[in-house]
Design a protein around this ligand. Structure first.
Ligand code: ATP
Ligand code: MN
Length: 463
């Protein structure tokens, strides 16, 4: 018997009488004179397999080494468990210690650490129940994303990570260069000469794959991207990362209403997928962190999102009688306090706001006939705020060029994007979903740093 059995499969099958070999990490060990209980976890499932050891059959030293955090291979016989909550346990016959974990120094020796403490040991936090659960859910959601789009006939396009454009025009980018930072080549004006840089021009890490995604939508009709995205915005909030993963579908022949419909269907699909496939992990998170989690997830799956124009939302906020820190007026960007009021107090359900003032949105959004608003939409979620930002795109060449000029952007750097409106342009729309915000919502965690394996935030990239 040399093939390792997976603990998730053992607990699911619940069969006893079988010989198995399991491998995993010790979560707890309880010693008594005649019996030692070891709770072994291999990460396949939140539950541990109970190993029952008769100390008389083992070297004392091996049992001492099998302390919390140690990695073991154990073989033996599965027997029916007398303990509640587990179908079977393993009667140990052999124990091999792969790696010890000195109880004096192992940081996870005791339970009950705060999430803040665990962030400082990001290299070890995957060994906890909480992070095991969060990252199994994250995996399931990533799979659901691909399944949803694949089943709908969307094509997955890998847009570049190094780009020369700033899709959002916000200038919050990380530069990519291999020039010597101490002594860069200078041009005649005394400025850094990027023509001598690796790509012969200024380049940065992408803030969005949308512009490239549009080019493919205008050829393959329905596409999506799912990749890392980088923003050098100094927002130290529980909702922002400097490196995050974004899903950006882009659809030819979709208008704003189709876009809203897809956004709702997509989120509901992913949440439902997690409810159906991550039951144990979500129940754990519900119990430990957020008693309303499962209720909230089911509510989102079962109810339509409210659709409200920006203009109507501003009226609602003004008439609310609420004291907001930031004043609301038509034309201002809504703050998260306003978004949360709409979602959590006024509508008590997810909200899709649409038709925003053009001056607070990006250059590529389709202009409405009123001359003031664009066909933008934001999907707002309870506890999260904005989870999706999207729009119908401006497909008219002249209008798009005008807007680029109005905003003082350089049309030369976007010539290839503009050509998509010159040759075979078509109405199209798309949106961006921040993957970690979805994982935050589904796991009920409060801080975005706890739903990505190794968070990159201002002053933090150690692990
Ligand atoms: P916010 O106002 O919350 O900063 P944004 O308007 O800058 O968001 P978009 O540019 O529309 O966001 O990006 C699309 C989606 O990407 C957002 O709805 C959000 O889910 C996600 N997102 C944006 N910035 C971040 C970030 N720094 N960290 C994690 N997710 C982000
Ligand atoms: Mn932002």
């Amino acid at each position: 018997m040399s093939k390792r059995a997976i603990i998730a499969d053992i607990l699911k099958a619940g069969e006893y009488g079988k010989q198995v070999l399991v491998k995993g990490w010790v979560r707890t060990k309880r010693d008594s004179k005649n019996v030692v209980f070891i709770a072994l976890n291999d990460g396949s499932v939140i539950h541990n397999l109970q190993i029952v050891v008769n100390p008389a059959n083992f070297d004392e030293n091996v049992l001492k080494q099998a302390s919390t955090g140690a990695c073991l291979a154990v073989s033996g016989t599965l027997v029916q468990s007398p303990a509640a909550g587990q179908p079977v346990e393993l009667q140990a016959e052999t124990i091999e210690v792969y790696g010890t974990a000195d109880p004096e120094t192992f940081p996870l020796q005791k339970k009950g650490h705060t999430l803040e403490f665990l962030r400082d040991i990001a290299h070890l936090r995957p060994r906890t129940n909480t992070f095991g659960a969060v990252f199994r859910v994250r995996h399931a959601l990533a799979y659901a994303v691909h399944k949803f789009f694949n089943d709908k006939g969307f094509f997955y396009i890998h847009t570049p990570i190094v780009t020369a454009s700033d899709a959002e025009g916000a200038g919050e980018m990380f530069r990519v260069t291999n020039l010597d930072p101490i002594n860069p080549p200078l041009n005649e004006e005394g400025k850094v000469d990027y023509t001598q840089d690796f790509f012969g021009r200024e380049t940065n890490l992408t803030v969005s794959g949308q512009l490239e995604g549009e080019l493919f939508a205008l050829a393959l009709s329905n596409i999506y991207t799912f990749g890392p995205t980088f923003r050098a915005e100094n927002s130290n909030t529980a909702r922002h990362l400097a490196e995050f993963w974004m899903i950006e579908p882009e659809m030819a022949f979709y208008e704003l209403e189709d876009n809203m419909e897809l956004a709702q269907e997509f989120i509901q699909y992913c949440v439902k997928y997690a409810l159906d496939n991550c039951k144990d992990d979500l129940e754990f998170l519900n119990k430990m962190y957020d008693k309303e989690l499962l209720g909230r997830l089911n509510f989102v799956v079962d109810n339509n999102f409210e659709r409200v124009s920006y203009t109507d939302a501003v009226e609602i906020l003004k008439a609310s009688g609420q004291k907001f820190e930031f004043k609301v007026d038509w034309g201002t960007d809504l703050q998260s306090e306003h978004e949360r009021y709409l979602v959590e107090k006024h509508f008590t359900k997810p909200v899709i706001l649409f038709n925003y003032p053009k001056d607070i949105k990006s250059f590529y959004m389709k202009q409405n006939d009123d001359g003031k608003t664009v066909r933008a939409m934001d999907v707002l979620f309870p506890g999260i705020g904005e989870i999706i930002g999207g729009s119908q795109r401006e497909e008219n060449y002249d209008k798009l060029l005008n807007r680029i000029n109005e905003l003082g952007m350089q049309p030369e750097t976007l010539w290839w994007y503009l050509e998509s409106r010159k040759f075979g342009t078509a109405p199209h729309a798309g949106f961006g979903l921040g993957f970690e915000r979805l994982v935050l919502f589904v796991t009920g965690m409060a801080n975005i740093r706890d739903v990505i394996p190794f968070p990159r935030t201002p002053k933090n990239a150690e692990f």
